[in-house]
Ligand binder design. Structure first.
Ligand SMILES: *Cc1c(COP(=O)(O)O)cnc(C)c1O
Length: 498
């Protein structure tokens, strides 16, 4: 098994090389040449073992150039080192018969990105060694909040790596800023820039692709790599929790072996729901993939009509991690659906970058209709979903999960389909306390986000995650900010290059 670019079928690499490169040189994404399968017997057996063993089973099918020991080491460093607050890594909570919440936020930053970013550094450093590269890896991240912190936690003190995160000085929430400025670890750097997220991203891209900078780094035994969501090393870990969920539901007697389930995912960059699609391709019995969006509903329209059109108003919402108009990982889905035709994919995405729009073929439209159902929630509908879940079940969801709950409700109303559902819960409600409190009718004059968390604890009865409550007593380490033009100096300074 090998990986190839969605835009060039002649470009073939091993999984280690795909993880080291992140994105293919031609701008395409790496996709597995064939899909390994998981049988019903295996799913039954996986129900009887823990999360790390389920992860071992899935990874060994996709990372065929890794040894069993290499995979085991990566998994144990990520999921057995105490950074997840629950031993099971993920939890399934049954709201009512046939409706399950898949909690993916028990990691160190209280959002589902930890599921992948806790293991990516280990997959990456192992891959670098396997690819015969004898260099230290430097990760550069531009962040609007969540990804930066999750990457910092993942790469903190990972041997052979350095990580530097740039964030817009006035573009992140107080809690997110505190999460980053108090970051621990010997190999980390956090830098505010005087500018917005676009400035940070543009600056990082420029440094990342500058051949002169690459030469300076190389002379110092260092190379750049990327931790963003198109890296195969972030997608593979996400397949694990869908396989795991099915195995768990069978084990718990909530479904019979072979029964189909529906999977509902609050979607932004299309990474998380794509992982569910891969689980289905592998043989996990999935009936519908239900794609939930917020007011930035470009995916709802695309999955319903086959027309992708990013020429529309951009909304800033209370589910900010889904405020996206170009969903990068969609390219992988389309590649599978068009019969792996890399010329066709290159054409579609050339059109997207030229006109901001493309229309899929009739065959793809048909396949999309069979696989997916799509809906979106307005801001009011999102808040209403938080309130309703709280009232009906005594359970509190965050704003992103609420979008999925709201979209699922619309799906059931429209179709009457009561197939057992797994709703991906992507963040702890404590990460977005202001919006959640408002939805629960407890909008107030709070001193800071810690006071909001205390109030939310009182209303919801849910434990405040250790990772957030601990922040209160931590001293910021990274307090300075730099001009946009000074980013390269900040990189050199972290890497101790003169
Ligand atoms: C990143 C993120 C999402 C969107 O996930 P994609 O893989 O980009 O679709 C949803 N919810 C939260 C809380 C996130 O951080």
């Amino acid at each position: 098994m090998y990986y190839q670019s969605t835009r060039n079928s002649d470009l073939r690499v091993s999984s280690a090389e795909a993880i080291v490169s992140g994105i293919s040189k031609d701008g395409g994404l790496f996709v597995p040449s064939e899909i390994p399968s998981v049988s019903l017997e295996e799913l039954k057996r996986l129900g009887e073992v823990g999360y790390t063993e389920r992860a071992q089973a899935v990874f060994s099918k996709f990372l065929t150039d890794f040894t069993a020991d290499e995979i085991k080491n990566c998994i144990e460093s990520a999921y057995s080192s105490g950074s997840f607050e629950t031993e099971n890594v993920m939890e399934l909570k049954e709201l009512e018969r046939g409706v399950n919440i898949l909690e993916l936020w028990h990691g160190p930053t209280c959002a589902f990105k930890d599921m992948a970013l806790q293991i990516l550094p280990h997959l990456l450093t192992t891959s670098v060694k396997k690819a015969g590269v004898d260099k230290k890896v430097c990760i550069l991240v531009a962040t609007s909040g969540d990804t930066g912190k999750a990457a910092l936690e993942g790469f903190k003190d990972a041997p052979g790596t350095e990580i530097l995160v740039f964030y817009p000085e006035n573009g992140v929430s107080a809690m997110q800023k505190l999460q980053m400025t108090t970051q621990e670890g010997k190999n980390v750097g956090v830098c505010a820039i005087k500018g917005n997220f676009d400035d940070a991203q543009t600056g990082v891209k420029k440094i990342f692709t500058d051949p002169e900078v690459a030469k300076v780094l190389s002379d110092n035994g260092i190379m750049f790599s990327s931790a963003n969501s198109i890296n195969w090393g972030r997608l593979a870990p996400q397949i694990v929790y869908y396989v795991s969920s099915y195995a768990q539901l069978v084990h718990d007697g909530k479904i019979a072996l072979g029964d189909e389930i529906n999977i509902v995912v609050p979607t932004g960059n299309f990474g998380n729901i794509l992982a569910a699609y891969y689980a289905k391709l592998m043989g996990v019995p999935v009936k519908k993939l239900i794609c939930a969006s917020n007011s930035n509903n470009v995916l709802t329209d695309f999955l319903r009509t086959g027309v992708y059109d990013r020429n529309r108003r951009f909304y800033t919402t209370i589910s900010p991690s889904m405020d996206i108009l170009v969903s990068s990982n969609l390219e992988r889905l389309l590649w599978h659906l068009c019969g792996k035709d890399s010329e066709y994919i290159s054409g579609l995405f050339a059109e997207l970058s030229k006109c901001g729009r493309f229309e899929a073929s009739e065959d793809i439209k048909k396949a999309l209709k069979e696989l997916f159902s799509a809906d979106f929630c307005t801001e009011d509908e999102t808040k209403a979903a938080i309130a309703e879940v709280n009232k009906k079940y005594g359970y509190t969801v965050d704003t992103h999960t609420a979008v999925a709950v709201g979209a699922y409700k619309k799906y059931v109303q429209a179709t009457g389909d009561k197939t057992t559902a797994v709703i991906a819960s992507t963040a702890s409600p404590y990460k977005f306390p202001a919006a959640v409190l408002e939805a629960l009718g407890a909008k107030g004059d709070y001193r800071d986000e810690f006071e909001m968390a205390d109030k939310l604890c009182e209303i919801s009865g849910m434990k405040i995650p250790r990772a957030l409550s601990e922040l209160k007593n931590k001293k910021p380490r990274f307090t300075g900010s730099v001009e946009k033009s000074e980013m390269l100096e900040a990189v050199y300074s972290l890497l101790k290059i003169k």
